[in-house]
Ligand binder design. Structure first.
Ligand code: CMC
Length: 436
């Protein structure tokens, strides 16, 4: 970051001396006012719940222009990456900052693929869960448990450990998600097949059984790969900030990523794809497209607590570019599977059309986000609704690790420790129990 010519001056109406605050510029996007010395200079904190105006770090990984609806990974537009690159190239880009040439890609893919199996003991650990446990509950446990199985890559201050932990996490997430699915189905786990692509291998581990041959459908493989690319990183969102905060204490990468998985689970974040599909199914049950008007009235009624899931975003105040690409993939997958008339897809399109013209949504700049269509694609592929967020976690793992490693390599990094505006009781004395 570089110092801007401008300075910010903070003045007070009570006559306290004003303070000058440095302003820094990034390469693109809003400048930031540096308040690091504010407390020392004034005895005051800033107040920003939900981090509406706070840049929590400097980062060179992902850039979003929410007004334009632009998303760049290391400078490359998401549309170009989704069209010309696969997930392995995207992982390489996010982790190392550059798109690999053919040799580097083959080398990186090999290094990831070598780590696809998980320690055999993991399946006994998995068996402790109820069969009907939510896959995200299982994922939180399994990912955290990796630190107990891979002691040799838990030192975050060792760059080699960080590198191996990164490769292990990227490689093992599909295996763990598929194991959680097979466990819920009561089917045997399928070991990874390293001659398949990353997405193809995931499909194999999810849907193959030992009793039949399984052929990966290339349209579905490509669609899944695109889902992975689109979800790979999204700058300082809730789960990524969780990973950074958790990792800032010096904890091991597996524990930090498990914290990210837990955060992603929430319906306002990664859980939105599951919530969105459930919403579409609920509308379908009460009458489908004919009931869309009634549903929208509920959404607009503040007292109903109903939200149009898959709509709205903290940063995008325009169409989420990932939603456009996902809609495209959705059409492709449904056509290739002969599901062009899928009622939920039609319902989603009808909801989108109404919302994009409705004053409530227009005035609040609420547009479809990535989750609006990703659930329909995953459902068409055969992934059960409660696994959707697990697939999101699998794809986001590379982003979490890239951000965690960027933070640890930053000489300025400190343990994250926000402050507060205290509104509780001031100091008081404990009364004996008989007098309370
Ligand atoms: N349906 C109806 N109203 C909405 C919606 C929605 N989906 N999203 C926002 N609003 C309203 C909100 O009630 C508020 O209205 P008012 O100004 O009258 O009080 C206004 O729009 C601004 O919303 P906000 O809650 O202040 O916005 P936020 O930035 O705090 O929240 C959000 C962003 C994503 C949590 C929210 O839009 C939401 O809950 N959307 C539905 C869940 C969803 O799809 N989440 C996935 C996000 S993308 C995937 C990811 O990154 O994880």
């Amino acid at each position: 970051m570089k110092l801007a010519d401008t300075k910010a001056t903070l003045s007070f109406s009570n006559g306290s001396p004003s303070v000058d605050l440095p302003v820094y510029q990034g390469n693109v996007g809003p400048d930031v006012v540096d308040i690091r010395k504010l407390y020392a200079q004034t005895g005051m904190f800033t107040y920003d719940p939900g981090f509406l105006s706070t840049a929590s770090c400097q980062s060179a990984i992902t850039y979003i222009d929410g007004d334009k609806g632009e998303l760049l990974y290391r400078g490359y537009p998401i549309e170009q990456l989704a069209t010309h690159c696969d997930f392995m190239e995207t992982c390489h880009l996010l982790l190392y900052g550059n798109l690999p040439d053919a040799t580097a890609k083959a080398d990186f893919t090999k290094r990831v693929t070598m780590h696809t199996m998980v320690n055999e003991q993991m399946q006994f650990f998995l068996r402790g869960f109820r069969r009907d446990a939510h896959p995200m509950a299982i994922m939180t446990g399994l990912v955290g448990a990796l630190s107990a199985f891979y002691h040799d890559s838990t030192d975050i201050n060792n760059p080699e450990h960080r590198e191996i932990a990164a490769l292990r996490l990227i490689a093992k997430m599909p295996t763990l998600v598929a194991m959680a699915y097979k466990y819920s189905m009561g089917q045997p786990y399928m070991y990874p097949k390293n001659n398949l692509s990353y997405a193809g291998n995931f499909l194999h581990m999810m849907f193959a059984t030992p009793c039949e041959d399984f052929a990966v459908n290339p349209v579905i493989e490509r669609a899944l790969d695109r889902i992975f690319v689109l979800h790979a990183d999204h700058e300082q969102n809730a789960s990524t900030s969780t990973v950074r905060l958790c990792g800032s204490s010096g904890t091991n990468p597996f524990a930090a990523i498990a914290a990210g998985v837990a955060c992603l689970w929430g319906p306002a974040h990664g859980g939105a794809n599951e919530a969105c599909l459930n919403m579409l199914e609920d509308i379908q049950k009460i009458g489908g497209i004919a009931k869309v008007g009634h549903f929208m009235e509920q959404v607009k009624d503040k007292n109903s607590g109903v939200k149009l899931m898959g709509f709205g975003h903290r940063v995008y105040k325009n169409y989420d570019p990932r939603a456009k690409l996902m809609q495209e993939t959705c059409k492709e997958v449904l056509t290739s599977l002969g599901l062009e008339n899928d009622p939920l897809f039609k319902l989603a399109m009808a909801l989108e059309k109404i919302a994009l013209e409705d004053e409530y949504f227009v005035s609040r700049k609420l547009y479809p986000n990535v989750d609006f269509y990703s659930g329909i694609v995953q459902r068409a592929i055969g992934i059960p609704v409660n696994m959707f967020t697990g697939v999101f976690a699998l794809a986001r793992t590379v982003g979490w690790i890239a951000q965690l490693n960027e933070m640890i390599s930053d000489p300025e990094y400190k343990i994250g420790r926000p402050r507060q505006l205290f509104t509780g009781s001031v100091k008081r004395d404990v009364l004996p129990i008989s007098k309370r």
